[in-house]
Design a protein around this ligand. Structure first.
Ligand code: HEC
Length: 113
């Protein structure tokens, strides 16, 4: 009895693909676009990816955010290629919310929440 409870506990926490992830974020919860898996896995490692998805920023601002994560929050610096994959995704999936001041315009990539 005790053993099975223990095994169940281990099963719940052992995630082979992402053993280091603190609060697992599911890529399926976010807009589908190239780089989604990479962005959710990487940016969701220290905090929930929801924190990221709640923002709507320009490419420049996303770039600044990534620099800020490295400088202030000890995020490991990415290889330029990976950096671009994630930046492309962030720009595409989470652009500024008030886009061009068009009332009633909904971002097709916006998360449903
Ligand atoms: C090494 C850990 C780490 C990684 C990796 C990381 N962050 Fe963060 N991030 C933090 C910490 C620490 C905070 C501030 C504490 C908090 O709000 O949880 C934070 C906060 C944020 C915020 C909230 C800022 C605000 O105004 O509230 C955003 C947006 C953000 N991160 C974006 C990103 C993006 C985008 C990535 C991936 C490129 C990323 N983070 C990867 C550690 C990290």
């Amino acid at each position: 009895m005790r053993l099975s409870v223990l095994l169940l506990g281990v099963g719940l926490f052992a995630s082979p693909a992402s053993a280091q992830v603190v609060a697992p974020s599911d890529p399926a919860d976010y807009p589908a676009a190239p780089g989604r898996e990479e962005a959710v896995a990487f940016c969701g490692a220290c905090h929930s990816f929801r924190l990221v998805a709640a923002q709507g920023l320009t490419r420049l601002q996303w770039d600044e955010t990534m620099k800020w994560m490295v400088q202030r929050h000890n995020m490991p610096e990415l290889h330029p290629q990976d950096h671009d994959i994630i930046l492309d995704y962030l720009e595409r999936a989470f652009p500024p919310k008030a886009s061009g001041g068009r009332p009633g315009w909904t971002n097709p990539f916006a998360p449903h929440q």
